[in-house]
Design a protein. Sequence first.
Length: 330
Amino acid sequence: MIVAVDIGYGNVKYAWRRDDGSLAAGHFPSIAALSVARELNDGATDGLNVVRIEIGHECYVVGEDAGLALAGHESGRILNRGYHDSNPYLALFRGALTYLGKPRHVDLVVTGLPVEYIQTSRDRLEKRLVGEHPLPDGSITHIRRAWVIPQPVGGFLHHAIGHGVYQDLRNSLSLIVDCGFFTVDWIVAKGLKVAFERSGSTPGGVSQILVKLTQAVSEEIEEPFNDVARLDEAVRNGYRMDLYGRPYDFGHLMPRVRPVMDQVCQRLLDTVGTMSDIGTVVLVGGGAALYQDAIRKICKRNPLVLVKDPMHANVKGFYLAGEERLKNDG
């Protein structure tokens, strides 16, 4: 039994094999709404597609509709460097186990961390995930082993194995850029051998773009607007949403956020250095389509691939990595 979970700052992604052998994935927002027993007993979450996870004396509501369990001024997301050590992170992980069918025994769980944390936090997170995880119905998932890899490696494996080009990419350098919610991560790799000196992370993911967009929308409609969650959904739906019951198109405001993307791309270029020895550039992550044009500017002569279903590319790659590891170990 393999469990693959990608607990990002924006969404929790999870992958599994269907009965027909195909690889599937799902997701829910990385929102852990801290609740109290009274609210739960009053039926505050009745009818919502959520999971209630207790950790110590705290109770969290996670899942597809977790945003509806928040107060209007709350985001429910943790956007800081201690995210993977927090109780909300653990609640989101156990929520993913529930969506995966509450497995009783897991041979290997595969997940990832941003590149900048992998060397300092990998061992600590692996130890945290191994062992028993209580689930809402009283069942327990026992995890035998955990494997934490750099997040963009998952996207690389999904692309390389899914397109049958892994053997080719083992012999050349590739640049994999993971455009996430809080950070943009990148690795330079030859196969699975990562050149850490040319890899890195920087704040500037989708969340920062959304903050700039909320400011631009506020200025245009001449009143405060800070509904980041709704704006995030609207960006994925062609820059359209409803305001006061009327269609509102904000695509013309996107040039206002281009400096954020250009700054990230310059940081990436400073770290990677020359692009002349890079073969394919692979874009993954929920913000990949947003960043595509900006990254093309610094990779003018390299083949650029925007993977299919970029949001789930990392977690599908985690699952494939887990299969290969168990095959080699067995």
